[in-house]
Ligand binder design. Structure first.
Ligand code: G3P
Ligand code: CA
Length: 236
């Protein structure tokens, strides 16, 4: 089972920072999950929310600032400054360390035109297409990525109780994975995906009882904020 460090080792370190990614790698995680938005001047930046307020010392929309301004903001702690990483900085690091990455394109609340094209171009630049998996709650972004690249792996992200016949839905769009919320996932949905040849990576699994259920159901991967205990139970 693949263990994705969700926003890096975000249970212990500031989420979506290079510190959190590198700490997850040091703990033994070979796969990361991260979230991307576009800056005002069109650069890919790694941050979860559309707004800066929750995870940095700045305020306002990410897309209202140029990259040069975003890079002055602190996504770390009062004790240790961490910049908002660019996807390019991350890709250099992932290439160096042989890391597999789930890039979540955050277009569910704000749509950034051509963000899918920019993500794909960045992955091609660093030879990471085969080592990446693209997901989004905005299935239009996933379908656009599928149209841009027949080879990159894609996933439909769905919150809450999920979708009926989601395996069949994903297969129809040639999307390889379903990313459901583990709190609501049912064995019937797992079985329907497997029958359609669609894989499952489940978020966000921090509870070891829920993890044990995912192991029993033989899902392909889990996302966790707490890499070490999850890796220990999965047996990596
Ligand atoms: O991709 C799984 C998970 O990251 C989706 O939810 O809100 O943590 O981005 P969120
Ligand atoms: Ca995410």
């Amino acid at each position: 089972m693949r263990v994705f460090a969700h926003r890096g080792y975000s249970g212990l370190y500031p989420e979506n920072t290079m510190l959190a990614f590198d700490k997850a790698r040091e703990a033994g995680c070979k796969a990361m999950e991260l979230d991307v938005h576009l800056s005002k001047d069109g650069h890919l930046v790694i941050i979860h929310d559309e707004m800066l307020d929750r995870t940095t010392n700045a305020k306002g929309l990410v897309c209202s600032y140029a990259l040069s301004e975003l890079q002055t903001f602190n996504a770390g702690t009062a004790e240790e400054f961490q910049p908002i990483p660019t996807l390019e900085t991350y890709c250099k690091w992932a290439k160096e360390h042989g890391i597999f990455t789930n890039i979540e394109i955050k277009t569910n609340l704000i749509y950034y035109p051509f963000i899918e094209d920019k993500v794909l171009a960045m992955l091609k630049k660093y030879g990471l297409v085969e080592h990446s998996l693209i997901s989004s709650f905005n299935h239009g972004s996933v379908i656009r990525m599928r149209q841009l690249s027949p080879e990159i792996q894609c996933a439909f992200l769905v919150g809450g109780r999920g979708l009926a016949n989601v395996g069949s839905y994903a297969k129809n769009f040639k999307v390889e994975y379903y990313h459901p919320d583990g709190a609501f996932l049912t064995k019937a949905a797992v079985d329907e995906c497997k029958a359609q040849g669609v894989g499952l990576n489940v978020w966000t699994i921090d509870d070891l009882g829920l993890l044990q259920k995912m192991i029993t159901w033989n899902v392909d991967g889990v996302f966790t904020n707490h890499c070490a205990p999850v890796l220990a139970l999965v047996g990596e």
